[in-house]
Design a protein around this ligand. Structure first.
Ligand code: FAD
Ligand code: NAD
Length: 477
């Protein structure tokens, strides 16, 4: 066996779960290869998976650009700034593409520095310790590896009544790369992608209608937060229709006629120029496992793993979107790092109770821990503190007073059970709550921690104080 074909660890998949696993394994002194088959629309192959190429990074680039546009159009005047802004979509898209290129290129640089062998092409687990590698040029080799990490990610879920055609009915990747602003945009699914991409194109001028099957908006979030979010998104101009069941979508003369029913009427028609289907993602394992590999899938297609991401096959691990848990880049990253440390005989753990969620809209939405409805259902006595950003000097200075910080703590031992934020930079603010929960801080610990003034982070401080009706800068209720 050539030295080139023998490794301590082979990682299949170079997204945000796979590439950190490869890097940490190399940091641990192991000989590592990472196989990835991602192909961009121009046929080029890159590492970084969905997140860097078609997810987190390009969406945040466009969210940032269009939030600036929105602020210039709607907030600058309040600052006494008068300006006329025009949109150059091609330039905005070039910026998005260039950020992606820099970030994906960065992974190769990290691999090189750490000594990870990048292998472009397809990986298939033959059996524990054996991976078949088909390179982009079609050549096939069998790699021997003591440990194998599966990190094959996920793909968009298709909707039978509105199948993707890649032109008029599109997934989130295509929706990020549109070269013209659709006059009328439909989105099926008011989840994270629907809200982020709906916001992007609404700010650019599209009329956006979002059809959501559930009767409740953002059912996974704290209901007080979801209520405020719905108000804010409607204010932005997103036409969110709840309880909407799509039965058909017909593409004709470049437009899509969507048929749906909701509580108000059956068989309504919505005609749009583009239709984004964003109803969730499913684990991707096609061509990943040879018969008899020993790795099993659950009924929804996720690779079955234990708390430490071990599959049922000896020394085969699986991480990221292809296993249970939230489909989030940072969750996959921590799993990848944990597995690489466990392989090296080190300590590794993921605290699934403290995985933050962030929706990068404006106002931004972020939370960690339990919602109020979950705490109520658990039967545990609790207290709630809410601080509105309208009472924050910093938020006022930023012209960003919408939203609040809500903290839920146990009535008995004061443990922080959940923090829910809607407002400016919520995704940054929630990090303090995650750290507090990781360190088992109480609400009182937060109350007694000095927060700089005037900062948005005072909102968390005040919410903790409000939980005991001791807020200083807002009325205690
Ligand atoms: P992926 O990123 O899907 O990577 C898997 C890689 O494995 C791919 O490159 C794939 O080509 C490769 N692969 C699969 N099978 C094989 C094989 N057999 N051989 C070789 N290679 C293979 N999450 C966040 O946390 N924050 C965000 O802001 C965020 N924004 C998002 C926006 C959008 C529009 C989308 C679609 C997703 C977003 N996500 C976000 C989710 C995030 O992208 C995923 O959770 C994350 O990419 C999962 O990482 P992964 O490594 O498990 O899988
Ligand atoms: P999602 O699960 O967030 O939302 C899907 C929405 O579609 C839900 O509200 C669901 O009720 C609705 N839905 C399902 N079937 C439907 C139907 N037939 N008709 C109408 N509505 C229907 O999924 P998503 O928005 O597609 O995102 C996929 C994954 O990517 C998520 O798991 C998310 O965590 C991840 N993601 C994360 C971020 C972030 O962290 N900021 C951003 C984008 C995507």
């Amino acid at each position: 066996m050539a030295d080139l074909d023998s490794f301590d660890v082979v990682v299949i998949g170079g997204g945000p779960a796979g590439y950190p696993a490869a890097l940490r394994a190399a940091q641990n002194g192991l000989k590592v290869a990472c196989i990835d088959e991602w192909k961009n629309r121009d046929g080029s192959g890159t590492f970084g998976g969905t997140c860097l190429n078609a997810g987190c990074i390009p969406s945040k680039a466009l969210l940032e650009s269009t939030e600036l546009l929105h602020r210039a159009q709607h907030e600058f005047a309040a600052h006494g700034l008068n300006t006329q802004v025009t949109v150059d979509l091609a330039a905005m898209q070039r910026r998005r593409a260039s950020i992606v290129k820099t970030m994906t290129g960065g992974i190769l640089a990290l691999f090189k520095a750490a000594g990870v062998v990048p292998l472009r092409g397809h990986g298939r687990l033959l059996q524990p310790g054996r991976v078949e590698y088909t390179a982009d040029d079609g050549s096939v080799r069998t790699l021997v590896s003591k440990d194998v990490v599966l990190a094959s990610g996920s793909v968009p879920t298709a909707l039978r009544s509105a199948p993707f055609d890649g032109v008029a009915i599109i997934d989130s990747w295509s929706a990020l790369e549109l070269d013209a602003i659709p006059k009328r945009l439909g989105v099926i699914g008011a989840g994270v992608i629907g809200l982020e991409l709906g916001s992007v194109w609404r700010r650019l001028g599209s009329e956006v209608v979002v059809l959501e099957a559930l009767p409740d908006f953002l059912a996974i979030a704290d209901s007080q937060l979801a209520k405020e979010a719905l108000r804010q998104f409607r204010k932005l101009g997103l036409d969110i229709r709840l309880g909407a069941r799509v039965s058909a979508a017909e593409v004709k003369d470049g437009a899509v006629a969507v048929t749906y029913s909701d509580a108000s009427a059956a068989d309504q028609t919505l005609t749009v120029d583009k239709l984004i289907v964003a109803i969730g993602r499913r684990p991707f394992t096609e061509g990943l496992l040879a018969p008899g590999s020993g790795v099993e899938l659950d009924p929804r297609g996720f690779i079955i793993v234990d708390e430490q991401c071990r599959t049922g096959a000896a020394r085969v691990w699986a991480v990221g979107d292809c296993v249970r848990g939230p489909m989030l880049a940072h969750k996959g990253k921590e799993e990848g790092v944990m597995v690489a440390d466990l392989i090296a005989g080190r300590y590794g753990e993921v605290n699934y109770a403290a995985v933050p969620s962030v929706i990068y809209t404006a106002p931004e939405i972020a939370w960690v821990g339990a919602t109020e409805q979950q705490v109520k259902a658990s039967g545990r006595a609790y207290k709630v503190g809410v601080f509105p950003f309208a009472a924050s000097g910093r938020a006022r200075a930023m012209e960003a007073t919408a939203g609040f910080v809500k903290l839920i703590a146990a009535a008995d031992d004061d443990a922080i059970l959940g923090v829910h934020i809607i407002g400016p930079l919520a995704g940054e603010l929630v990090a303090e709550a995650v750290l507090a929960m990781e360190y088992s801080a109480s609400a009182e610990d937060l109350q007694r921690t000095i927060h700089a003034h005037p900062t948005l982070s005072e909102g968390l401080h005040e919410a903790a104080l409000a939980a005991d009706k001791r807020a200083i800068d807002s009325i205690n209720r």
